[in-house]
Ligand binder design. Structure first.
Ligand SMILES: [Zn+2]
Length: 404
């Protein structure tokens, strides 16, 4: 009050020391004016307090105590809210503010701008209201004794503006609580999206739900309708369940379980595989290097013996093998085998032997000892040539001839 007194000029009451001026002011005004009941009632009702308490002189002190308790608590809330709102209101990797371009970073790379479509919400739709609410509450905090109630300087217009800002601050408080409420679920879904590849079938539904939630929260900040919390919670929970199912499918496809790992061991230890490797060593067929590549690919498939969907209930990535489909490459089951590989392996597994003969050799055999010759001679010479081939240890049924 001393500041206000400094601006007033009552020459006849002026004393040398400010404290004495204050004393004179209180002595001169106390009891000369009544408490402005109508305006205080407006304030009490606007803050959700009982206006009757201030109207009745006997309950005025109680009313004042309630007012001050409310003002102090709300002032603390609004101050915190203001600091939050001046920074950013962020959920699911996006800012609720559409008036500043935000970038979404994924794996350290800036990927996209924040979506510019949808409901708009500017900082100017939030911050000025919080500032006004804070000022209003600070003004009310000064009326902390019954004697000061009569000095209310706020006009009716100022009170209704202050109350409107106060109401808006309560809305923003609810908005921030909603953000906190959805935060664990949206953080999970945000991380889930980064585990899957961009073209995964789960992605479009997640993007839609995310845009829907952002739009709904932006709308909530600007109107008075209740937030459809249960509907959104259900939608996000369903999205999470779909993710767990999808991740589990991919985990099965890319990572070996206990039983499929045993199957791999059986395959690599099998007699057939060992035989194929033996044959590869003698460089019999062109698929030799491919067999090595195939066994390397087979050996490289990771194993996660105890995976179950419950493991990704809290975090979207399997804690045991850290499998991420986004970086897993080609699905092993869909990988194409190298050209000629199947033929080569089949040949090896059937114990076939390839024998290469040169065309010139055949011609020489058919020409010797002399040419021209009879048809019978030619037939005999050819049969003799084939017999000689078999005599070199080539089995009639398992030998396959190639002519160069
Ligand atoms: Zn795993």
């Amino acid at each position: 009050m001393v500041e206000q007194l400094d601006g007033l000029v009552f020459p006849q009451l002026h004393l040398d020391r400010g404290i004495d001026n204050k004393g004179i002011f209180i002595a001169g005004n106390y009891g000369t004016r009544g408490v402005p009941i109508a305006r205080w009632s407006m304030i009490f009702e606007g803050l959700g307090l009982q206006a009757a308490l201030i109207r009745d002189e006997n309950t005025r002190r109680t009313g004042l105590n309630q007012l001050q308790a409310r003002v102090q608590a709300d002032l603390e809330t609004v101050t915190t809210l203001l600091a939050t709102a001046e920074g950013s209101l962020t959920i699911w990797g996006a800012s609720l503010y559409t008036d500043s371009i935000q970038f979404v970073a994924r794996a350290g790379q800036v990927e996209t701008h924040t979506e510019l479509a949808g409901v708009r919400l500017g900082r100017s739709d939030v911050v000025p209201y919080l500032r006004a609410a804070k000022q209003f509450l600070e003004a009310l905090a000064r009326y902390n004794t019954p004697g000061k109630l009569q000095n209310l300087t706020l006009t009716e217009v100022q009170i209704s503006e202050g109350l409107a800002a106060y109401k808006k601050s309560q809305r923003i408080d609810e908005l921030v609580k909603l953000i906190h409420q959805f935060q664990p679920l949206t953080a999970y879904l945000e991380a889930a999206a980064s585990d899957l590849s961009d073209d995964d079938l789960w992605m479009p539904g997640a993007a839609q739900a995310r845009q829907g939630l952002l739009d709904e929260l932006r709308t909530f900040a600007q109107n008075a309708a209740p937030f459809p919390t249960p509907a959104f919670r259900q939608r996000l929970e369903r999205l999470k369940r779909d993710y767990v199912e999808r991740y589990t499918d991919l985990h099965h496809a890319y990572v070996l379980s206990q039983s499929t790992d045993a199957e791999r061991k059986r395959m690599l230890d099998s007699k057939q595989f060992k035989q194929a490797r033996q044959l590869v060593r003698i460089d019999l067929f062109s698929g030799s290097s491919e067999l090595g590549g195939w066994s390397q690919v087979l050996t490289a498939i990771p194993v996660c013996p105890n995976y179950h969907p419950g493991l990704i209930g809290n975090t979207p990535t399997c804690p045991t093998c850290r499998f991420r489909a986004a970086t897993a490459g080609t699905q092993p089951a869909q990988a194409t085998l190298p050209t000629g590989f199947v033929e080569s392996v089949n040949q090896a597994l059937r114990w076939l032997r390839g024998v290469t003969i040169h065309a010139a050799e055949i011609v020489t055999a058919l020409k010797s000892p002399t040419i021209p010759c009879t048809v019978d001679d030619l037939e005999r010479r050819f049969t003799a040539y084939v017999q000689a081939l078999l005599a070199q240890g080539n089995d009639r049924s398992s030998t396959r001839l190639m002519i160069e």
